[in-house]
Design a protein around this ligand. Structure first.
Ligand code: SF4
Length: 349
């Protein structure tokens, strides 16, 4: 996925070329606004790799971008943001019409960090059941609309949930192609280990048709995601499996988004690395800290963490679980975070 701002046409073209050179077969671009869509028209002129667009909350942009791309990704958990009175089925029917008209494939991109409210209500705290049911029911919609050109992804930052949910989905719909990913896996090496844990188990069971590795790395190092993905595939094909390091799931867990065009301040990548360094002293404590690059997914995807940071243009928002602590300048946030960690540790001991 291109991590650059979509409206920065030159940087995004450069990013696409970098990913293609690293071996990407398909590149995804985030589109949130008519200005992003205008930029996309410019971007595709210089590009010869298949493109997918990520519609996120703004599913109506599909109409503008579909003539220029090969695949549309919608997140069922974001369809309620616009036209709240309109039933989800109608919105999906509209997306299918657009995709059919322009020869696009569709990815139903379900994410445990943004579960659609109706599924949250139906399944309470059982996130796996909720996301599997959501994926299966959106497949039923595709069937009802007689649209076979779709793929499903079910992602989370915890590889164990990714394995369980994808295994259950594959049992329910063995006919549907699956795109694999561990989202917000974070920085190497932990981000690579989390991804490997999920992909090795799923690919070895024959689950997974396409994949994406999500790592929090500088934009110019994004080729690393492709390199890691291809290495995991080659290892599984050759029967080489790396064991999970002992106690990998114990202690501090840092979740960080891989960044995309929605990143509101490029200091996000440095901040993620600073948080990793600063929190080394707390490595043995069972704490989850989430760091997200934007306001689109930041507020929701930090809810399940003990402490969450989501980045705005000039400030970073700090959360304690679902509760907001406040917004702090980029040069203040590490101290604030440290004090929250110390309080949590003191309370637990
Ligand atoms: S959290 Fe925001 S910036 Fe990060 S990958 Fe998700 S949408 Fe992009």
């Amino acid at each position: 996925m291109a991590a650059t701002r979509t409206q920065d046409v030159a940087a995004t073209r450069h990013q696409i070329a970098l990913l293609q050179e690293a071996g990407a077969d398909l590149v995804r671009i985030a589109i949130d606004s008519p200005k992003d869509a205008e930029a996309l028209v410019e971007i595709v002129r210089g590009v010869d790799v298949p493109l997918s667009v990520d519609l996120q909350e703004n599913y109506r942009m599909a109409e503008v971008v579909a003539p220029h791309v090969d695949k549309l990704r919608y997140n069922p958990g974001h369809l309620h943001h616009h036209e709240r009175g309109k039933p989800v089925q109608e919105k999906v029917a509209w997306l299918v019409d657009i995709a059919r008209k322009h020869g696009c494939a569709i990815r139903i991109g379900v994410n445990a960090g943004s579960i659609a409210p109706e599924y949250k209500e139906r399944f309470g705290g059982d996130n796996v059941a909720a996301i599997v049911a959501c994926a299966v029911e959106h497949c039923d919609l595709m069937d009802a609309f007689d649209f076979p050109g779709f793929v499903v992804s079910i992602k989370d930052s915890d590889p164990r949930l990714v394995v369980e949910a994808n295994t259950r989905f594959a049992e329910a719909r063995p006919d549907v192609p699956i795109h694999l990913g561990v989202t917000e896996a974070g920085m190497p090496p932990e981000g690579i280990i989390k991804t490997r844990i999920a992909f090795e188990q799923l690919l070895a069971r024959g689950i997974g048709d396409t994949l994406r590795v999500s790592l929090t790395v500088p934009f110019d190092d994004k080729g690393k995601e492709i390199e890691v993905g291809r290495q995991i595939i080659a290892d599984v094909e050759n029967g080489r499996f790396r064991s999970v390091p002992p106690n990998f799931f114990d202690g501090l867990n840092i979740i960080a988004c891989p960044s995309c065009s929605r990143v509101e301040n490029e200091k996000f990548i440095d901040l993620a690395e600073d948080v990793k360094r600063m929190t080394e002293y707390a490595a043995e404590y069972d704490l989850t800290i989430a760091i997200m690059g934007c306001r689109v997914n930041g507020p929701g995807e930090t809810d399940d963490a003990d402490l969450g940071l989501w980045c705005g243009p000039t400030t970073v928002n700090l959360k304690r679980g679902e509760e907001t602590v406040g917004a702090f300048a980029y040069d203040e946030i590490l101290d604030k975070l440290r004090s929250e960690i110390d309080t949590l540790i003191a309370r637990r001991s």
